[in-house]
Write a protein that binds this ligand. Structure first.
Ligand code: SF4
Length: 281
């Protein structure tokens, strides 16, 4: 029997994009969740990070919006992607949204950093067709300096996805002088090549399209003097992944994980780049 109370579950959303083409197969309705427990130096949407920002919606309200687009999403071979921010911070809400999507036959994709407690993640994954897993670096020190968090939870999450054979795309942002060392790229490629559930690797060239948001929020953008990688550098990194037998997709636009576009109005975009140790959801 349907649990009506779970459809009244409330989540905080940053925005929706009804024409997403970068976050999974086909045309996607992308739900950008509000709140993130990482503080990536290159974050495209620092206004997604504050857990108290965004707008509140119930599962029913969100499903009403999603249902408006259902036929064209299905017709395009697409579906619904939940991104962020970090979706697992609101895992109960996300689980109910995905449960409803599956009831309506919609393909579901979850975009996450994997910085999550496995027990919280497991109940959501039951309703997820595809995971986009953002691995910011393989070297733990570089990971820490990019995100202000430990890589361990992400690696455990990746191993769990392998164990349950969940279709997964890996995303890696190539940032000159930060994530681009040959050792870092090679060790990531080696690790990913052992995950038989990984269908694709996306190498996303660093860009600064989100820099103005850092400025608007009054935060220091530490990558101000970093330029996007050259095409040669990008190709060299793609070749490393290919040498490990991985299928690689290069984003032509340089779009990032967690790149939100507004459909719901935003409220109170504020966040503290506080440098505190990050807590798992
Ligand atoms: S890039 Fe994504 S994971 Fe990193 S801080 Fe921004 S929203 Fe969070």
């Amino acid at each position: 029997m349907e649990d009506k109370s779970s459809n009244q579950c409330v989540g905080r959303i940053h925005s929706l994009d009804s024409l997403g083409t970068l976050d999974g197969p086909g045309i996607r309705l992308v739900v950008f969740m509000q709140g993130c427990n990482l503080r990536c130096l290159y974050c495209h949407n620092p206004d997604c990070q504050d857990r108290d920002g965004g707008v509140e919606v119930t599962v029913d309200e969100l499903m009403e919006e999603i249902n408006k687009y259902r036929s064209y999403l299905s017709f395009s071979g697409g579906g619904v992607t939940v991104s962020g921010g970090e979706p697992f911070l609101q895992y109960k809400f996300v689980r109910e949204v995905f449960r409803n999507c599956k009831k309506h036959g919609l393909h579901t994709t979850l975009d996450t950093s994997g910085f999550v407690k496995l027990n919280a993640a497991k109940s959501v994954l039951n309703f997820v067709d595809l995971v986009l897993l953002d691995i910011k670096s393989f070297n733990p020190k570089i990971y820490q300096s990019v995100t202000k968090a430990s890589i361990e939870p992400t690696l455990k999450f990746a191993e769990h996805l392998k164990t349950i054979n969940k279709p997964t795309w890996i995303r890696f942002v190539l940032v000159p002088h930060l994530t681009d060392s040959p050792e870092n790229v090679e060790s990531l490629a080696q690790f990913v090549s052992k995950l038989h559930n990984v269908e694709l690797v996306e190498v996303l060239p660093f860009h600064k399209m989100g820099e103005y948001k850092w400025e608007q929020l009054g935060y220091e953008y530490k990558l101000k003097n970093t330029s996007p990688p050259s095409l040669e550098k990008l190709q060299a990194v793609i070749d490393v992944f290919k040498q490990y037998g991985l299928k690689v997709l290069q984003s032509a636009t340089g779009a990032f994980p967690c790149s939100a576009a507004p459909l719901y109005a935003r409220q109170r975009p504020s966040m503290a780049s506080d440098g505190l140790a990050r807590q798992l959801p």
